[in-house]
Design a protein around this ligand. Sequence first.
Ligand SMILES: Nc1ncnc2c1ncn2[C@@H]1O[C@H](COP(=O)(O)OP(=O)(O)OP(=O)(O)O)[C@@H](O)[C@H]1O
Length: 581
Amino acid sequence: MRFPVRRYLALLSVYLRPQGPKIFALTCILLVDIGLQLSSPKIIEYFINTFIAGGDITVLLFAGCAYIVIALLTQGVAILSTYLSGTIAWTATNRLRTDLVRHCLALDLSFHKTRSSGELIERIDGDVDALSNFFSQFFVELLINLLLLAGILGIFFTIHWLLGILMVAFSATMLVVITLIRRRVLPLWKQNRQQSALFFGFLSEHLSGSEDLRGNGAVPYVMLRFYQVIRAWFPIQRRTLITTNNLDVTVLFLFVCGTSLSLFIGVYLWSTKLIAVGTIYAIFRYTDLLSQPLDTIQTHMQDLQQAEACIQRIEELLQTRTLLPDGHGTPLPGGALAIDFEQVSFGYTPEQKVLHDISFHMEPGTVIGLLGRTGSGKTTLARLLARLYDPQEGCICLGGVPLVEPYLRDLRRHVGLVTQDVQLFHASVRDNLTFFDRTLSDAYILEQIEQVGLKSWCDSLSAGLDTIIGQDGSGLSAGEAQLLALTRIFLHKPGLIILDEASARLDPATERLMERALDRLLSGRTVLIIAHRLSTVQRADEILILEQGRIVEHGKRAELAHDRDSRFAQLLHLGLEEALA
Ligand SMILES: Nc1ncnc2c1ncn2[C@@H]1O[C@H](COP(=O)(O)OP(=O)(O)OP(=O)(O)O)[C@@H](O)[C@H]1O
């Protein structure tokens, strides 16, 4: 297998370059560590040989003290290097995590709709976590351990050339065996992480839908599916761990052979009077020490196996391009915005069109009620208008500017979208409303809360704006959640508001609040409401009816209501809520 060194170096240089001074300090510390490790067996060798030769007690004491100092220094150096490599890894992996989160958030909806959140969590955290060793130690420790290996082999040569040659052959055999086993392990690790991503995807999807699952008595079926997913994972996990373990056992066995060989040669050299007894001890210690660089090199190769699979997937993710390229900055006019759809066709997949040849014009400041049966394409039309997707054919303009031209950030400021499925986060009321925008003052936020009629609700909160909203907005009624979503829009006062009105019936008090909030919010703005309630339809200036992705009626509300042949009049006659159910 060829190492894609260039790819690794590219990744490392992006995330490690800013930490150059720390990496330099780590390299120096590890070099000191090599020196300490190589010198300690020499001191013991000197001690034994001096003792056997009946040397001076002061010299022996001095050698003993030197050994203790070196042992203490080695521990100190180990603490420092662990601290530094940990800091380097944590900083680098956090930067990579941040980049991945930013990248994922910038990707379009079609990307997110085809991936579960668990799968993305595994990519952003699991894979990056597995890269942590690779970032902290890989190149520095690999280089240092190669140096340590060279140092130990050099010392063997200084003892005797035969010992040197045999230990070089031993080390080479070890590395070849490790490389051969490594080739078998990589695909298994890749498969393993893929399966774990599927598992976490499954888990997060079902945990987030637990209310529906329990309500519908689907728990036993989900548990069955859960067992199936972990059952599929188990053999892969087992094979991966057994194969990795075989690598460890093989390495251990080879070490036992290497130590026996070195002791055998040591005894042979001593019996031929070529070395002293103390040197046999040093040979044993150096062979033992050899295990460290070989073991570390092997561990890093293992990290590399995992890292390679992770890097491949991370690169795939980073190379995923959004289907919504950012515009080149044409500014949108301020105030209410005109809407133009010109022969727009769209499908979530190219084969299956959901909207066909949609064309209409809306003057700035108009309120348009979008009606149609379920599945007729109303939400899809709203998504196109908010540029969550781009149409395959035709053009959409806002205020005379094609939607693809302004910067997406600019567009999001001019278009406010309230969906039926209001997302509230486990954060304070303030953060839920401002999305962490600290430029909005509390006084301004409270003023907007009052505008939507949530003042008494807010006053009843124990910590006011600092009150933490439960997970998924638990503790709030659907109506309150909708009103909070409206407050978000109030804060930014966009020129176009798209409102996918909640079809769930609100209690009369909340409905009145909502009506009043809408009165204030909608005045002086262009509004597209996917209307489910008669009261909402009545505030529309124009009505647009969709059927199977086509406009089947468009006109002024008052005129359509009086035209008994119009679909709108028939809908009113049948009862809007029932007709659109
Ligand atoms: N993300 C998606 N991926 C693929 N198909 C989708 C997606 N969202 C909606 N569809 C399909 O597009 C069609 C129109 O859906 P849309 O949600 O726009 O209808 P709607 O009129 O808003 O319905 P409702 O009133 O029930 O919300 C439906 O056939 C639906 O299955």
